[in-house]
Design a protein around this ligand. Structure first.
Ligand code: A5P
Length: 232
């Protein structure tokens, strides 16, 4: 990617993230997503916190927690709060007519999903390349699996038609914050995704999938000329 298209993409992500952060109000518990777009949201949130906004955040990854601390965004956890008012997160694909998502390219899908389901509202911030007519257009489906016995879990995933690929980084298996592994599965967006998700969950060794069905309430799509808001 050329430098100019990289900075163009960055400005689309920033536009979406800034629009999402506009929705944060005083006193909220905010779920803090992971990934580059969520990091831009953290930067925008930090500016508002520095100007007096009182919120506390629940981070979805160690990386996000570290960035939030660096930016002086107060953090909290589920020990203090069982519900989250609003979560802002990115996504790898957003299906336009359903707002269903594929997430997990950054490897934080388990914590992201725990935070999303505990949230009254989930706002997703993406650049316009992530918007698709059907899930599975560009992205494979990340599935988090236990590291113990991963070989048999992968065999079982193959058995249900996933064609799983173990995610590697620097020639080693990628490890999540929770010490699990990720496999990236082929995903056919035309099948019944709730049934498929239940089938994935039935495989012993599968921890969670990156299918986020019915969780996003609003999507901010960053474009060259600003952010488009798509609501459920
Ligand atoms: C992290 O696990 C993912 O779910 C991210 O939300 C996703 O990969 C989007 O990241 P970017 O904003 O960096 O594209």
């Amino acid at each position: 990617m050329s430098l100019s298209s990289q900075s163009e993409l960055e400005s689309r992500k920033r536009a979406a993230a800034a629009r999402a952060v506009d929705e944060v109000e005083n006193g909220m518990v905010v779920g803090l997503g992971s990934g580059t777009t969520a990091a831009f949201a953290l930067e925008a949130l930090a500016v508002r916190v520095a100007n007096g906004l009182r919120i506390s955040g629940i981070p979805t990854s160690e990386r996000t927690a570290a960035l939030a601390r660096q930016l002086n965004i107060p953090l909290t956890g589920f020990d203090a709060h069982r519900r989250i008012d609003l979560t802002i997160d990115g996504a790898d694909e957003v299906e336009r007519h359903t707002l269903d998502l594929i997430k997990g390219l950054g490897g934080a899908l388990l914590r992201e999903k725990i935070v999303a389901v505990a949230s009254d509202r989930m706002i997703v911030a993406v650049d316009d390349s992530k918007l698709v007519d059907r899930l599975g257009t560009h992205a494979r489906l990340p599935v988090e699996i236990a590291s113990f016995g991963w070989q048999v879990t992968i065999d079982r995933l193959t058995g249900i038609g996933c064609s799983p690929r173990l995610r590697m980084i620097d020639e080693r298996p990628f490890m999540t914050d929770g010490g699990n592994l990720i496999v990236d599965c082929a995903f056919d967006g035309t099948i019944d995704r709730r049934v498929f998700d239940a089938l994935l969950a039935s495989v012993i060794g599968v921890v969670e999938s990156g299918l986020f069905i019915g969780l996003a309430s609003k999507v901010m799509v960053g474009r060259a000329d600003g952010a488009e808001v798509i609501e459920r």
